[in-house]
Design a protein around this ligand. Structure first.
Ligand code: SF4
Length: 498
């Protein structure tokens, strides 16, 4: 199945360029690279993959330092690719410089949520691959994944970049719209919904079996990439169906001799609680086999029942505390094998509807939860995007604003350069003030400006400082709770945890 470059002689040359970010959880768009490399090899092409470590830029338009741009252009000149695929956008002048080479420059739109569009992407962006049987229902099983790559600069994180193994949809969580009093009649076209702020789309990966696909990718990566002595491979494994088969997955990896690898997972709290027994069974096996697991990035979002219901998160405070206890216990019992998330749990603390009471509930629970970094949580707010249920709710309540504050904010939800946030305003002005304060506390700037003397010790604790601000605001603001919030709170109180 070889395709030869017409006119220029020799095989077609495909070059993949990966910008590896120093914040691995923000890494996007390289999920398809091992498959693109494998597809190119299957077609008899000359394929290459090069990597440059860069610092994460929340605007998602990267400017390479001159030396890195020079290294990239030199690599292009050496390899003479016909097609270059790149996973991030460069600033316009640098994009133009790369485009000025004879290659066709393509931005990779394939990520963890769109990998099932692999065949469409190839058909559209790399039509030279028309000879491959892209419509095969087992396309991903036929391709031999390739992970070999050349690192073009010396950033330490480029060597250690996390390898994402996508086996399907991250999460299958859905609830009935009719069960949520906030959304009845708001999303009339839908019977069920995810978290109201989530834009995950349904995915149908062309796979025979998630476990064998993930094992095949991990084995290939371990064979083809070297890690320095004492270091480990790091994989982020995605797919709710794979998570449910964790025992089988771990057992297969250990049986096949995969060692020195950290497997990262991001389950929901309820999924973690349901998997406790399975995890407890896997850990001894992993410890013996030189594997480790890390849970990371799990989203509490909001401890207030009313806010939680608006976000349709479906996770209770009790579940979060129960999961925290389990994680701490496992980390103590299996040090080095069960690893805690370095950044703790994530939150959406402020929304357009937040009340002082919501903040009180959150502060109390954050204080109880050792897995939440208070300074980080204080700086988190909701982001609205077109087409999401929570955006429709904000529109209905008149909380969408004509203009934003002008300050660029990216909680991580802006993963594509063209994704535009819809600005919103706070329903309660006193919470607006508290948000501004929380943002300053969270970014550590509060004492930097105009301070004449050291702050009192208790003020160095961001949560205590914020709690004091809440109580001051409460003393001068009326108590607010909307009728829907009361109903929602009641509904959550009645619902058993688990
Ligand atoms: S936000 Fe997370 S938990 Fe909620 S539906 Fe999306 S992926 Fe699932």
């Amino acid at each position: 199945m070889k395709t030869v470059s017409p006119g220029r002689g020799g095989p077609i040359r495909l070059m993949l360029v990966e910008l590896t970010l120093d914040e691995p959880e923000r890494q996007n768009g390289v999920e398809a690279y091992p498959l693109l490399m494998g597809l190119g090899s299957m077609l008899g092409w000359r394929v290459s993959w090069c990597t440059l470590g860069v610092r994460y830029d929340p605007t998602l338009r990267y400017r390479l330092p001159p030396r890195d741009l020079g290294a990239l252009l030199a690599e292009i000149s050496r390899r003479k690719p016909r097609i270059i695929v790149i996973n991030e956008h460069l600033q316009e002048d640098q994009w133009t410089r790369v485009k000025a080479t004879r290659a066709r420059l393509v931005h990779s739109s394939l990520d963890e949520g769109t990998l099932d569009h692999f065949a469409d992407f190839v058909r559209q962006e790399i039509p030279e691959a028309a000879g491959a049987d892209l419509d095969s229902p087992r396309l991903f099983d036929r391709i031999q994944p390739e992970f070999r790559r050349t690192i073009l600069n010396k950033t330490p994180w480029a060597k250690l970049s996390i390898i994402r193994v996508v086996t399907g949809m991250r999460c299958s969580y859905r609830t009935h719209v009719a069960q949520n009093p906030y959304y009845r009649g708001i999303v009339p076209s839908a019977k069920t919904m995810r978290c109201s702020f989530c834009d995950l789309r349904r995915m149908a990966m062309p796979l025979r079996d998630e476990v064998s696909f993930a094992v095949r990718l991990i084995e290939a990566a371990c064979r083809q990439r070297r890690v320095e002595k004492g270091r480990e491979y790091r994989f982020e494994t995605l797919g709710c169906r794979l998570w449910r088969r964790l025992g089988e997955f771990v057992e297969t990896l250990t049986r096949r001799g995969v060692r020195s690898a950290e497997l990262n997972f991001m389950p929901r709290f309820d999924e973690l609680l349901s998997a406790r027994e399975m995890i407890s069974r896997c850990l001894p096996l992993m410890a013996r086999g030189g594997l480790a697991m890390r849970l990371y990035g799990m989203g509490v979002e909001n401890f207030s029942p009313a806010e939680n219901m608006r976000l349709n998160k479906g996770v209770t405070a009790d579940q979060v505390h129960e999961a925290t206890r389990f994680m701490k216990e496992m980390a103590a019992r299996w040090p080095g094998t069960f690893r805690l998330p370095p950044g703790g749990f994530s939150m959406i603390l402020f929304t357009p509807w937040t009340t002082i009471e919501d903040l009180r509930i959150n502060v109390n629970n954050i204080k109880r939860c050792p897995m939440i970094d208070p300074a980080f949580a204080l700086g988190r707010r909701l982001q609205l995007f077109p087409g999401l249920p929570v955006t429709a709710l904000a529109e209905k309540d008149g909380l969408v604003a004509a203009e934003g504050s002008g300050l660029f904010y990216n909680s991580g939800c802006i993963a594509k350069v063209d994704r535009q946030e819809i600005p919103w305003r706070f329903q309660h002005p006193e919470v607006d003030i508290l948000w501004r304060l929380a943002l300053r506390i969270s970014s550590g700037h509060v004492f930097l400006e105009g301070a004449r003397s050291s702050p009192p010790r208790e003020m160095l604790d961001p949560l205590s400082l914020f709690r004091r601000a809440i109580e001051r605001a409460a003393a001068s603001a009326p108590c607010r709770e909307s009728p829907t919030a009361s109903r929602a709170t009641g509904a959550v109180r009645r619902r058993p945890a688990g």
